[in-house]
Design a binder for this molecule. Structure first.
Ligand code: GLU
Length: 464
């Protein structure tokens, strides 16, 4: 049997990091099993679903390279099918209309809570042999409820959490169609998973409570029940559920900050799954190694530092020109000519090991093509008369040197030796004048990249 998994987001907001991890695991399992991975947009909640959110999901999945098989399925395209299934359940007495008003149900809940009971629909409209149902009110469009088995239990062997059992008595006759005729989440998911031949449902463990209801519905429909794997949630560094309070949580935000999709995927793969001590691996390796059995059932903790470390590892492995091409979007200027491009590529080579992401990289190498802005504190700290005098001395020698890293470097070293200086006395003011920062790679390399004339011009602004 072909394994078929799916990612089934509700398009009500961003593609969250947790959602992306779910998608990644469902994708990897399908690839591992030489199966199929389906993308299904669960957009039946018309009040909360938006076209923008659908676009964000699709773009995010493309950016991550989590390609789905076949077309994208939209639940709103499947309304006729849902209605037909509801009709058949009604005809088979597996579902029934319920005319209880909201006020009635509120009162029921309140009285159950007062008695210390768990609130639950009491089945007042559930037809039973010999039972007299209430008088149908004329002013109420009924909801349709599923006739859940009233006794026994429902169990499954969760691929992550192990055996889980619910008593049917705990479960309501849940609503499958609202009074306006729209089908509900728990119902549509089952019909879709059935129609799309889903063999393995991999999703967040916030759905564990829905699963027994869904399994009962599969059984009522005589449909094969898929395997379930519920992934534990992702926690922030403080041990609380990962949320906006913890900083970036949407895939789009990471994209905008210049994280590489390979690094994000590699990082997400390790959230709750491991393969020995392997930390850096390709998606081909991941999908070869991935097995639901290796997923931990305890919550995973999100760690920005580790993500930054991984992203840095991927950036340093990438060739400089490819980074340049990716970074075009991040540079804050247009029209980069060929000479500037070549300089920037050299700057990328020089700086890429020092950054967490491409936005940082672009900020750090901007000085190559734009006059740096120098903060007053740095001027005060490094550009005093004595140091500027040394810079002036060095500047007068710059025309004599061949403009290459090594030559410039030995010129500075000779200058330092001749004047019996400590190296930073000349290197720090040069750093600040040329780059606007006192933290840089080798100053000779920087001078070599920006060029002799530009180096002299920048220096001339500070000496007379
Ligand atoms: N649409 C649901 C959600 O976004 C997921 C449904 C499922 O995976 O079964 O939480």
């Amino acid at each position: 049997m072909t394994v078929i998994t799916r990612f089934a987001p509700s398009p009500t907001g961003d593609l969250h990091i947790g959602g992306a991890r779910t998608a990644l695991f469902a994708w990897a399992y399908a690839r591992n099993q030489k199966g199929k991975f389906i993308l299904r947009i669960e957009d039946t909640d018309l009040d909360r679903s938006t076209p923008e959110a659908i676009e964000v999901i699709i773009n995010g999945m493309n950016w991550l390279g989590l390609h789905h098989d076949g077309p994208i399925h939209y639940q709103t395209d499947r309304m006729d099918r849902y209605k037909a299934v509801i009709q058949s359940l009604l005809e088979n007495n597996q579902a029934y209309p319920c005319y209880s008003s909201k006020e009635e149900l509120d009162a029921l809940r309140e009285s159950q809570m007062k008695e210390g009971l768990k609130p639950k629909y009491d089945g007042r409209w559930r037809p039973e042999p010999g039972k007299k149902l209430p008088e149908k009110p004329l002013d109420i469009h009924p909801v349709i409820r599923f006739r859940n088995p009233s006794n026994g239990h429902v169990s499954w062997n969760d691929r992550v959490k192990g055996d889980i059992t619910f008593n049917n008595e705990e479960l309501d006759d849940f609503i499958i169609s609202r009074s306006d005729g729209t089908p509900t989440y728990n119902f549509c998911v089952v019909v879709d998973d059935w129609d799309m031949n889903i063999t393995d449902v991999i999703r967040g463990d916030d759905h564990v409570n829905n699963t027994p209801r869904q399994i009962n519905l599969f059984k009522a429909l005589n449909a094969p029940v898929p395997n379930y794997a519920h992934l534990s949630m992702i926690l922030g560094s403080d041990g609380q559920k990962l949320s906006k309070r913890h900083g970036s949580v949407s895939v789009l935000e990471y994209q905008k900050k210049g994280y590489l999709p390979q690094a994000i995927k590699n990082y997400l793969a390790r959230l709750g799954w491991s393969h020995g001590d392997d930390e850096i691996f390709s998606m081909v390796q991941f999908s070869q190694w991935f097995d639901l059995g290796n997923i931990t059932s305890s919550p995973a903790q999100f760690n920005d530092e580790k993500l930054n470390w991984l992203n840095n590892q991927y950036i340093r492995e990438m060739d400089d020109e490819s980074i340049f091409n990716l970074m075009i979007d991040f540079f804050k200027f247009n029209d980069i000519d060929e000479l500037s491009k070549q300089k920037l590529i050299k700057g990328i080579a020089l700086y890429k090991e020092r950054v967490n992401n491409l936005v940082e990289l672009s900020n750090q190498i901007l000085f190559i093509v734009e006059q740096p802005h120098i903060m007053p504190e740095l001027i005060q700290k490094y550009l005093d008369a004595d140091r500027l005098n040394l810079v002036k001395g060095l500047n007068s020698l710059l025309d004599e040197v061949k403009w290459e890293d090594d030559e410039i470097n030995s010129l500075i070293k000779k200058f330092v030796a001749a004047n019996q200086l400590k190296f930073p006395l000349i290197a720090m003011p040069l750093r600040v004048i040329l780059t606007g920062s006192d933290h840089t790679p080798s100053i000779a390399s920087i001078m070599s990249i920006i060029g002799r004339e530009e180096t002299k011009q920048r220096i001339l602004k500070y000496i007379n």
